[in-house]
Design a protein around this ligand. Structure first.
Ligand code: CTP
Length: 155
């Protein structure tokens, strides 16, 4: 039996991956219902994060996850207390990269940090994509050199 009636979590959830899924699954072991606050594109700009997938699609994907009961937009750092009251939240649960950061909310609900899934993050996926496209640029330049040489030989 889940200990809490309703938990909330916050995040960007860009390029939804297994670390996100595992976190939501583990939150579901603690709570009957999960509210996920997905960071809007404007809020990501404030956080200094650049996403590949726009807010509407990130929210749509998170909403389709069977552990998730409701998705709301995360517009600001300051909205948490209002969300806790509005959605009658018993627990705020985050990955442990946020350890200690939301302890100030302990007077209002339980605050729990769960271990992150190892070796996966949106940042790493983005870096991998960037590396792959750099390789492509090199290959394309090489192909262009070959084609230029062929063209020169024809002239
Ligand atoms: N999370 C997790 N395990 C991972 C990656 C993320 O448990 N391997 C958790 C985070 O701790 C957070 C939630 O998923 O509570 C949403 O995190 P988000 O910042 O969207 O995910 P990251 O992949 O860590 O993104 P970034 O690399 O941009 O920080």
């Amino acid at each position: 039996m889940a200990k809490f009636k309703r938990a909330i979590t916050y995040g960007t959830f860009d390029m939804f991956h297994v670390g996100h899924l595992e976190l939501l699954k583990r939150i579901k072991n603690h709570a009957e219902e999960i509210v996920v606050a997905v960071s809007t594109d404007d809020f990501n700009t404030i956080k200094g994060k650049k996403t590949i997938i726009p807010y509407a699609q990130r929210a749509q994907i998170v909403e389709a996850i069977r552990y998730v009961d409701r998705v709301i937009p995360e517009h600001s750092w300051e909205q948490k207390l209002e969300d806790i009251r509005k959605y009658q939240i018993d627990a705020l649960i985050m990955g442990d990269d946020w350890e200690g950061k939301f302890d100030f909310l302990k007077p209002y609900c339980e605050v729990i940090y769960l271990p992150r899934t190892k070796d996966i993050s949106s940042t790493e996926l983005k870096e991998t994509l960037k590396a792959i496209s750099c390789v492509n640029v090199r290959e394309l330049n090489h192909a262009l050199e070959i084609l230029t040489r062929i063209k020169e030989n024809l002239e």
